[in-house]
Design a binder for this molecule. Structure first.
Ligand SMILES: Cc1cc2nc3c(=O)[nH]c(=O)nc-3n(C[C@H](O)[C@H](O)[C@H](O)COP(=O)(O)OP(=O)(O)OC[C@H]3O[C@@H](n4cnc5c(N)ncnc54)[C@H](O)[C@@H]3O)c2cc1C
Length: 470
């Protein structure tokens, strides 16, 4: 269908013209996300109600036009890219509802609310919204729900799916449904809430969510443990967790990330260390003191050369700032960042570090490792220059081998960034033919015309990882 015809039809649904974007410049702004590839949509709509979304979906089904939901476009796997053109539904402007109910300990939100705003609102009444992706200041709750995002606090508190108890969803065929509700317990029928969460915008458009909140911990303390061998830092992680200590955060920075951060903003990190662990403990102040001593013992036994406790809030903030600076710091070295989130069982963390070392040497790539090491969700990041085709081919091979290593160690392709377009070629490697087919059958029954976010999760025949054309 021609853009003019589509625009005319959509104007009957969305009455405010400023929420319909057709200018080339606007369309280009919606052609990429934080991953790879450029795909220009035919039109962008900024809906503000479930009924608008419903009518758009019905229209799209009638005319066979693909629809791509989008939050803030910070996705790292290509989930929001309009790979077949059509309509982009920009849900980031729909952020009016943010209602905290401290008695039920829930919050009801519109899809475009930024995740950090939810936690800020909860804090005002002594509660927290635990899921804390590093992008929480710039990503929407709709995107977090669609990707089932996690963050440092996932180790102790779980990820987005653990906090969703109810959703309003527009189905791919345009029906408005409610799943779950406001109760913590609910076993009425299939758990459609959990099916939608993590479905990467392929099974429904989330138009409202009810999320659980938790009491704010009484106190927190941050520690840093410094290692001369990254494999030993992995041993410290597994030992710490198996000895009954459950930190609220347990993050790793390898030598590459430490050096990059120090070059970006000197914070006094040990640049000769092969790895450092940042550990946050939370709970009752007395219990934290006991745990600090246990963490010190475990880390020293695993050959940590130094273990420090941040004595003030400022010192703790500084350490976490170092972790936050890794991403901006590494892209100063080379412009292209390939951010992976292959995840392994905790016991395999040391093996995964060993495999990553081998991959770095075999393909001669600039591979740095940081991330949520406590739950096995490492972030091997390769920095490269996408204009250098030869380097990018080596990167593609290295990425493929990272996925293989994670799966061979009993892990998964993605702990939190999702499959999107980038990891689709590897789905069968993890799920097997039948497992993947069962997922495809769910997609086909929810979206018989393949209208909602087509081209994602399920690989096309012969599809392979390509990073050279983005
Ligand atoms: C610097 C940086 C740090 C990051 N750190 C983390 C991290 O720590 N943990 C983590 O998990 N991720 C992280 N990410 C990835 C990204 O921020 C998350 O995947 C986030 O949830 C995406 O939100 P978004 O609003 O940008 O969604 P988008 O990127 O716009 O969309 C993501 C997916 O959600 C779908 N979608 C969006 N809104 C809706 C909706 N309302 N209904 C249905 N589908 C929808 C889209 O179709 C797409 O498939 C990071 C990204 C960057 C750039």
């Amino acid at each position: 269908m021609k853009q003019e015809q589509l625009t005319a039809l959509l104007k009957n649904i969305v009455k405010e013209e400023k929420r319909i974007l057709t200018d080339k410049v606007d369309l280009y702004s919606y052609s990429f996300d934080a991953s790879f590839g450029v795909h220009v949509p035919d039109i962008v709509i900024q809906p503000k109600s479930a009924s608008e979304v419903s009518e758009i979906m019905k229209l799209a089904n009638e005319h066979g036009v693909p629809v791509y939901p989008r939050g803030q476009g910070t996705g790292l796997s290509g989930g929001s890219l309009p790979v077949n053109g059509g309509i982009v539904l920009d849900l980031s402007k729909w952020d009016e509802r943010l209602e905290v109910d401290s008695e039920d300990m829930v919050v009801v939100v519109s899809p475009g609310v930024l995740t950090a705003a939810i936690n800020d609102a909860a804090l005002e009444v002594g509660l927290i919204y635990p899921p804390d992706p590093s992008s929480s200041n710039v990503s929407t709750i709709g995107g977090n729900l669609a990707e089932n995002s996690g963050g440092p606090r996932g180790l102790k508190y779980g990820v987005t799916k653990d906090y969703v108890i109810g959703l309003e969803v527009v189905t791919p065929e345009g029906e408005i449904i409610r799943t779950g509700g406001r109760t913590v317990k609910n076993v009425t029928g299939y758990d459609l809430t959990k099916l939608i969460v993590g479905s990467e915008g392929t099974l429904g458009v989330i138009t409202e969510a009810t999320l659980r909140l938790f009491p704010k911990p009484q106190a927190t303390k941050t520690m840093m443990a410094v290692f001369d061998d990254i494999v030993y830092s992995g041993k410290a992680i597994t030992k710490m967790l198996s000895s009954g200590i459950l930190p609220s955060k347990l993050e790793i920075m390898d030598n590459g990330s430490i050096k990059a951060v120090e070059a970006y903003e000197p914070l006094g990190l040990p640049t000769d260390a092969e790895a450092l662990l940042l550990i946050e403990l939370d709970g009752h102040p007395q219990a934290i003191e006991d745990e600090i001593r246990s963490v010190e013992i475990v880390c020293k036994e695993a050959a940590a050369r130094d273990v420090r406790v941040a004595n003030t809030t400022e010192e703790a903030t500084e350490l976490w700032r170092a972790r936050k600076l890794v991403s901006p710091a590494i892209v100063r070295e080379k412009p292209t960042k390939i951010s992976e989130d292959a995840t392994v069982p905790r016991s395999k963390i040391p093996d995964m570090f060993g495999r990553l070392k081998e991959i770095r040497e075999k393909y001669k790539v600039d591979l740095v490792v940081f991330g949520h090491a406590g739950d096995g969700n490492l972030h091997p990041n390769i920095i490269a220059d996408k204009r250098d085709q030869e380097e990018m081919r080596r990167v593609e091979q290295a990425v493929e081998e990272i996925f293989k290593a994670a799966i061979e160690l009993g892990g998964t392709l993605s702990g939190e960034h999702g499959i999107g377009t980038l990891k689709a070629p590897f789905m069968e490697m993890e799920l097997g033919e039948v497992g993947l087919d069962m997922m495809k059958r769910i997609k086909d029954s929810w979206d018989p015309n393949n209208i909602l976010n087509p081209g994602k999760i399920f690989p096309k025949a012969g599809q392979r990882l390509v990073l050279t054309n983005g």
